[in-house]
Design a protein around this ligand. Structure first.
Ligand code: GLN
Length: 185
């Protein structure tokens, strides 16, 4: 079992640490040739989705990863990673991988609530701590998308086939259950 972590920008090291603690072998995706390597699951970290999207394009990774995800590669997108997966961005903006039929709203909680943490139930993971940092939420889930968690009525976690998108940061809460859901796929 080997997990690949997109390591262009953002909070990738934290994902590697938690996966390492779980005994999962990790590799980083930094350039085109990495995307051809053998791995069983992909993690798209939090960070800045616009910057990551640009780097994905500049390094010719966008189409390669999109194709692998569409062919059934299990993927977990956290925060900006969820934005990378989304097919549509609320208020316009160019989608990036666009493999998950959801519409996400970026920086959705306003300035005052830019960062906060709470506890909520997530289907398949139980009651977990959720840390939000200038997070998005899902304003619309398309056909075939299973809603896994809501906070204040807003969708903050969803699954579409083997793709899991969460608006929060499981790597900062040491929340292994979200990774277990991915690796079970
Ligand atoms: N606000 C960031 C974005 O729009 C996401 C923040 C995060 O990943 N913590 O890309």
């Amino acid at each position: 079992m080997r997990a690949a972590v997109l390591a262009l920008q953002g909070a990738f090291a934290e994902h590697e640490r938690i996966l390492g603690d779980m005994g999962v072998e990790c590799m980083e995706i930094r350039q085109e040739r990495d995307a051809y390597r053998d791995f069983d699951a992909l993690i798209l970290p939090g960070g800045e989705s616009t910057a990551m999207g640009k780097l994905l394009r500049d390094y010719h990774l966008l189409d390669l990863l999109k194709e692998r995800i569409e062919n059934g590669l299990p993927v977990l997108g956290t925060c900006a990673g969820l934005i990378l997966l989304a097919k549509q961005l609320d208020g316009g903006g160019i989608p990036h991988l666009g493999t998950m039929p959801v519409t996400v709203k970026r920086n959705a909680y306003g300035r005052q609530l830019g960062s906060f943490s709470t506890e909520a139930d997530m289907e398949g993971a139980g009651r977990i701590k959720m840390i939000f940092i200038r997070a998005p939420y899902i304003v619309e889930a398309g056909e075939g998308v299973e809603v896994l968690a809501r906070v204040d009525g807003r969708i903050v976690a969803a699954r579409y086939g083997k793709q899991i998108g969460v608006a929060f940061h499981p790597e900062l809460a040491d929340c292994r259950c979200v990774y277990e859901m991915l690796l079970k796929k």
